[in-house]
Structures are given as C-alpha cells and as structure tokens.
Design a protein around this ligand. Structure first.
Ligand code: ARG
Length: 267
C-alpha cells in the first residue's frame, strides 16, 4: 500500500513539473493577453540612436521608445523593455518570447513571411559612411572594398546580394570602430543612426567621418509581432495612424533632431 502511495505521489510530482515547465511552447502575445497582464513587452537592440539608445545610466530612450510609450498609454498598459542583439529580435518575436519587436526594423517582403508587421511609420535610407578624404564616393566604388555592418540587418542582406565583401558585427558600435581603425573601407548603416553616431564621433576626434550623399536603398520601418497575432497589430495600426495624422510622430523626430520622411510619400 505504501509503495502504491509513493508511486502515485511520484507520478503527481512529474505531472506538475511538466505543467510548470512545458505547459506552453510560446507565450500568449495576443492583444487580450497584453491587456490582461497590463504590460506590453518589447524586444529591442538599443544601439540604434535616435530610435533606441542605451544611456550611461542604464536607461533606454529614443523615438521608438517614445512612440511605444504613447501606444502603451492608449492601450492602458505599461511598457516593458527586453534588451538583446539585433539578430535576436526577429527570431525572438517569431517564437513569441515577447509581444513586439521594436528595433528600427525594416519591413521587407522576406521578413513579412515570418513575422506580422505594422504599417510603416517612417522611411529611412541605408547610407555609406567613409573616412574623410576616402576615394569612395558612392556604391560603384565599393566593388573591391570591404565594408562593416551589423549582423542580421538589411545592410548585410543588401551587401551580400550585391557581392560587397563585408565584416558583420553584433554591436553597431563595433561596426563603426572597424571603420575608424581602418579595418574596413566603409561602414553601411541606416542614415539617421549614421547621422547621430558620426556626429558623436566627429565631436571627439580629429579625423572625421563622412556620410555619402548616395544612399543604397530606401526602406520603411515598422514594428512586428508573431504571425497570426492580428488583433494586436490592427490595434497598434489604428494608434499609429492617429499619431501620424496628428503630427505626434513628426514632432518626436524633430525633438531628436532627425529628419522625418512620411511613409505616405513612398512610391
Ligand atoms: N533597419 C535595419 C534593419 O532592419 C537595421 C536595424 C538595426 N536596428 C538596431 N536596433 N540595431 O535591418
């Protein structure tokens, strides 16, 4: 009798362990779940000023953080930020590890196969950054050169597709250092971030960096959730449309000294 009781108890423990650990493979990221738990969890790589930047005091600020704060106010939930490398942001949201991917993410057709994107809220260019005096004046001059870029970005996709030799770095800052230390000939990075990071570098260094006039591509930025999470995206799209229509988003770009390009101007 005692043996049977022990066996039953052991079985019960195994069952409850399973329930605790393996109950769900992914989180419930639905609009209802967000409202129920009272928070929206975003995944971001905060090395991308002026959109999201990790400050010395450990806080994360930027245009996208402000947009998300406004979205959360409208939803009546608090914003929770999870920090990671850029190449973990989209895989993370696809696996349902957090509710929304927020990282200056370009909504490409390929990415839309694996994640559900909001409508774009701005347009940005991929820029070429070189050292002052460089012989590189545009895309055409990159043929036999090596460039640096961030792993998992559209800059990487573009350079690989066009046969530009490249060194990929997990952290954006390291891609910049590769250029300033002469390990590569150019650094490929989204234009508004380039503007911020180049200005910060030029302020402190005698040798200067220059952003070339010719951009590589123009791309729309949006936020993403996992496939099938339509109600959350529909709700965020409604809020984004209001924030675009009433000039809030344009105002935020101005506040950060960034040029705003309305996605409605896309061809
Ligand atoms: N817009 C580019 C892309 O989607 C770069 C984004 C990099 N974002 C970041 N937070 N480091 O691939």
């Amino acid at each position: 009798m005692k043996k049977i009781l022990a066996l039953v108890l052991a079985l019960l423990m195994v069952v409850s362990l399973f329930a605790a650990c393996g109950g769900k493979t992914t989180e419930d990221n639905s609009l209802q779940a967000v409202l129920d738990k009272g928070e929206l969890v975003i995944g971001t790589s905060p090395d991308f000023p002026p959109f999201e930047n990790l400050n010395d005091d450990g806080s994360i600020t930027g245009i996208e953080i402000d947009i998300l704060t406004k979205i959360c106010e409208k939803l009546g939930v608090t914003l929770k930020i999870e920090q990671m490398d850029f190449d973990s942001v989209l895989p993370g949201v696809q696996a349902g590890k957090f509710d929304l991917a927020v990282s200056g993410i370009t909504a490409t057709e390929e990415r839309k196969q694996n994640a559900l994107f909001t409508d774009p809220y701005c347009l940005a260019n991929i820029a070429i950054v070189v050292k002052e005096g460089s012989e590189i004046k545009g895309k055409a001059d990159l043929q036999d050169k090596t460039v640096s870029l961030q792993t998992g970005t559209t800059a990487e996709l573009y350079c690989n597709a066009n046969g530009f030799a490249n060194n990929a770095f997990q952290a954006n800052a390291d891609a910049q250092i590769a250029l300033t230390t002469g390990k590569v000939d150019a650094w490929i990075i989204d234009d508004l971030t380039a503007k911020d990071m180049v200005a910060a570098y030029n302020e402190e260094n005698a040798d200067k960096l220059v952003i070339l006039d010719e951009a590589m591509t123009t791309e729309p930025y949006g936020f993403a959730t996992k496939l099938g999470n339509d109600a959350l995206i529909t709700e965020i799209n409604t809020i984004l449309a209001d924030l675009l229509a009433d000039g809030t988003i344009k105002g935020l770009f101005e506040q950060y000294g960034a040029d705003f390009v309305d996605p409605a101007t896309a061809a």
